[in-house]
Design a protein around this ligand. Structure first.
Ligand SMILES: [Cu+2]
Length: 151
């Protein structure tokens, strides 16, 4: 980790140096580009531009999705996510108490009381349509279900 950070800082510094040199001596941009390419291939698959280096350091996104649970529904009742996407599900209970289950994915948010929230994080690595439901009392039968579509 530390080594990576040092390498990135070095790469950024190198890029700044190169762009300065480019500005001072515009007649040889191809030479500078070549050197830049060598530097980047030696130290990972980062793009030779400074912007590319910044992109590489951003951790992969976690998408936050809030689901409201009430009597007897989920809102939204249909969720569409991309396969491989990291999802942070926040269950917000607005009355009584509800939980959240997707059996096929082994996902469960335990019973959450009115006015409380609970979360679960997962990676949608299996494509398909999965039912989510509330296992409290007869809530599922009364229509507290929804669909997670992973595509
Ligand atoms: Cu419920």
């Amino acid at each position: 980790m530390v080594v990576g950070v040092i390498a990135l800082v070095g790469l950024i510094g190198f890029g700044v140096l190169l762009s300065k040199r480019n500005n001072e001596n515009g007649s040889q941009p191809s030479e500078a580009l070549q050197k830049n390419d060598q530097a980047s291939s030696a130290s990972a698959q980062t793009s030779p531009t400074v912007a590319g280096v910044e992109d590489a350091t951003i951790p992969s996104d976690v998408r936050t999705v809030e689901i409201e649970a009430g009597s007897f529904y989920y809102k939204p009742a249909q969720l569409r996510v991309k396969k491989g996407e990291k999802i942070k599900l926040i269950l917000k209970s607005v009355d009584m108490m509800h939980d959240f289950n997707i059996d096929e994915l082994g996902l469960k948010i335990p019973i959450t009381k009115s006015g409380s929230t609970a979360t679960v994080e997962f990676t949608a690595d299996k494509s398909g349509t999965f039912e989510y439901y509330c296992s409290v009392g007869q809530h599922r039968l009364k229509g507290q279900v929804g669909k997670l579509i992973v595509e």
